[in-house]
Design a protein around this ligand. Structure first.
Ligand code: GCW
Length: 676
């Protein structure tokens, strides 16, 4: 297929320099770096650079050098690449320099070179990479994962962009080019791990670890491998009995351990560099070690022994809670679950086990505090789990720019010592420290032509990669970058970045108020249903009556706040120091509680809901102002979504306001319309 030339003015000053390139040869990732460079230049500038290997460089020499640091050190004389230059990037990093008639892109490894090429192309496109430019970067997160919740039927659990790109009707079935483009997309922001199947491993997905499917899994892995991405398989902890016909899946039963070892050996024959297994155990009906009175370290360590000889790892999810709660019983607090289950096991896990911990103690709500395990775990490898797919944040119908939330997460101070914000804690694991080794996030991608259903939701996938690469980036910088790369630098990009930035606060305002969570339609998780979960088994109650709302999670209530460092425990437990956007997660408050702005809690609920809905209306109008500058298809499809978002926002506003008005009988002091 012919690539469209973007004719980007900002890229033009470098055109002369980019005509001849000397590429260090290497493995398949190096080959991909070369290919992306060639393709990118063609796309941005309309010509194909001449590519040489070190032995074939013509007499006039080359201007651009591309390769790994070690190969370039041997074959070129860049002072910046000398071992003592202080500019050599760390694992997966790259160094870029443009000076006069020379330019270098040097990766710490081949993946680093590939990331360097992608970054160079992006920076050239936005006019940042020009003569005199220099950048040495190393990703802060060693593990940069994407999780797919794709079912083997082809549907996606919590998917809002069409069907699975990997599976169809019980088979692995994909379009090779599409997968390669997805791998490119992910590598362009530095993703290096992907799990392809849902953590709920049901039906034929259990057979992905059998020879019936492994050949196809291997073909898929081969595509991702070219882009430096290794795959994980989600496995079912009960496989020894459901698949192996053993009488048990007890992790301490030697026959079970032997079964997994044998199975791993078979899998690794097909996929020698499989990253490992991702496991959801004892969670929402999935089997796990609790069934056999064993601990989660018993379960995870047994699996680790199976994959470790092959270089594999076990990613073990901490989403373990009682999902058969009795709403009548206020003594059980779901928010405590991850910490209560896993903190006592700190240090008990094998060094090939990585815990995967959802960012908040509930479940990807619009606003939750950080799970108290962060900063507290010291002897266990772990990553943070985020959700890019918009399960609770608008189903890719409503615009909801997630880096806005992630920036808050990154800046949260766990207060477990000096340098204890999440940003500061992200880094390679060291025993005895609380380093977070990276991130995993649930993908928002499906077969839709624009990948993410809502075109502007692409910024969430892009933003995820950028932010976990460098958690000190701001949501605003990322919005600007994405908008400029997608629409070209200029006014349109500015308006779109502005829309992205205003979207999260708007969504949060018309959603469940002040961190109270779960006022969403059960199961579907789009639109309001204020008491939808109130009398259910899921443990997410707000217990609103005619005087007060919320759960007391302070020491006088469930004691959840004591799971934090003493400083944060105190900060959360006191309503006057607890962040107000979380106040109803931690406290039970009367509606006449006076908030920092001098208004009551109730008035704040009314105000935020009117405002959030007005902001959704304003976003729609702003979008309409772009009618004549955007491609029709993009304009129309996003317009349709903004219109649907406004309907949703109205529904949230009116149901929430009416609910509290009916409960309290107190009018909105500004006299706006509340339906009775
Ligand atoms: O609560 C939830 C979602 C489920 C999901 C689960 C999880 C894959 O509603 O759809 O299952 O979280 O994270 O395992």
């Amino acid at each position: 297929m012919q690539e469209r030339v973007m004719d980007q003015a900002a890229a033009k000053p470098l055109a002369g320099l980019l005509e001849s390139v000397c590429v260090e040869q290497g493995g398949e990732v190096a080959a991909q770096a070369e290919e992306e460079f060639r393709r990118g230049i063609k796309r941005l500038l309309g010509f194909s650079p001449a590519m040489y290997t070190p032995g074939t460089v013509p007499s006039g020499g080359c201007a651009v050098f591309l390769g790994t640091v070690s190969r370039l050190q041997k074959n070129s004389d860049f002072a910046d690449l000398r071992p003592d230059s202080g500019k050599i990037p760390g694992a997966d990093g790259f160094f870029i320099k443009i000076s006069g008639k020379k330019m270098v892109i040097a990766g710490q490894n081949e993946a680093g070179a590939l990331y360097g090429v992608f970054r160079f192309l992006a920076l050239m496109q936005t006019g940042v990479a020009r003569d005199g430019f220099e950048l040495s970067e190393t990703p802060k997160s060693p593990l940069r994962m994407i999780n797919h919740w794709d079912d083997i039927s082809g549907s996606i659990e919590r998917g809002y962009a069409g069907r699975s790109i990997f599976f169809r009707d019980g088979r692995i079935d994909y379009e090779e080019r599409r997968i390669a483009d997805y791998a490119r997309l992910l590598a362009s922001v530095g993703i290096n791990r992907i799990s392809i199947n849902n953590v709920n491993v049901r039906a034929q997905a259990k057979l992905l670890i059998t020879e019936e499917y492994l050949g196809d899994v291997a073909s898929l892995a081969a595509i991702f491998r070219r882009y430096g991405i290794k795959i994980f398989l989600s496995i079912n902890f009960g496989a020894p009995w459901s698949l192996g016909k053993l009488p048990t899946a007890d992790p301490l039963d030697p026959a079970v351990a032997a079964w997994w070892k044998e199975r791993a050996a078979l899998i690794y024959k097909y996929i020698p560099d499989l990253a490992g297994f991702l496991v959801k155990a004892d969670s929402e009906g999935e089997p796990g070690p609790f069934q056999y009175n064993r601990t989660h370290s018993d379960g995870a360590n047994m699996l680790a022994q199976a994959v470790k000889p092959h270089g594999g790892e076990i990613v073990w999810r901490c989403f373990v809670y009682n999902c058969a709660q009795d709403w009548r019983d206020p003594s059980v607090d779901r928010a405590r679950a991850a910490y209560d289950h896993f903190m006592p096991l700190d240090g008990a896990f094998d060094d090939s086990v990585i815990l995967q911990i959802k960012f908040g103690p509930y479940d990807f709500q619009v606003r939750e505090p950080l799970t108290p395990l962060f900063g507290a775990l010291k002897k266990t490898r772990h990553v943070m789990e985020l959700q890019i797919t918009q399960e609770y944040t608008g189903h890719q119908i409503d615009l909801c720019y997630l880096p806005w939330l992630w920036e808050d997460i990154m800046r949260f101070d766990t207060a477990h010592g000096p340098a204890s914000t999440i940003t500061e804690l992200v880094g390679p694991y060291k025993k005895g420290s609380s380093f977070i080794e990276g991130f995993a996030a649930v993908s928002n991608v499906g077969l839709d032509r624009n990948w993410t259903g809502h075109t502007l939701a692409q910024a969430n996938l892009y933003g995820y990669g950028r932010m976990i690469w460098d958690p000190s980036l701001s949501a605003e910088e990322i919005a600007r970058e994405w908008s400029e790369l997608s629409f070209g630098p200029g006014d349109t990009a500015r308006v779109i970045a502005g829309l992205q930035m205003s979207s999260y606060p708007a969504y949060e305002k018309y959603n469940a108020p002040f961190g109270v969570c779960f006022m969403v339609t059960p199961h579907l998780h789009y639109g309001p249903n204020i008491e939808g979960y109130e009398f259910s088994r899921w443990g997410t109650y707000h217990r609103a009556d005619n005087r007060a709302i919320g759960i007391d999670r302070t020491p006088s209530g469930t004691g959840y706040t004591n799971q934090y460092s003493p400083k944060n425990a105190e900060m959360f437990a006191n309503p006057s120091t607890c962040p107000e956007n979380l106040i109803l997660f931690i406290h039970r408050l009367r509606y006449d509680y006076i908030m920092k702005n001098g208004e009551t809690l109730l008035q704040n609920i009314y105000d935020t809901h009117f405002e959030g809905c007005d902001e959704a209306a304003a976003m729609l109008e702003k979008w309409k102002s772009l009618k004549n500058v955007l491609e029709v298809e993009i304009y129309e499809s996003v317009l349709d979504r903004f219109e649907r978002q406004l309907v949703n926002a109205r529904e949230w506003r009116d149901q929430i306001n009416t609910y509290f008005h009916r409960k309290t009988g107190i009018a909105d002091k500004r006299g706006r319309k509340i339906y009775d």
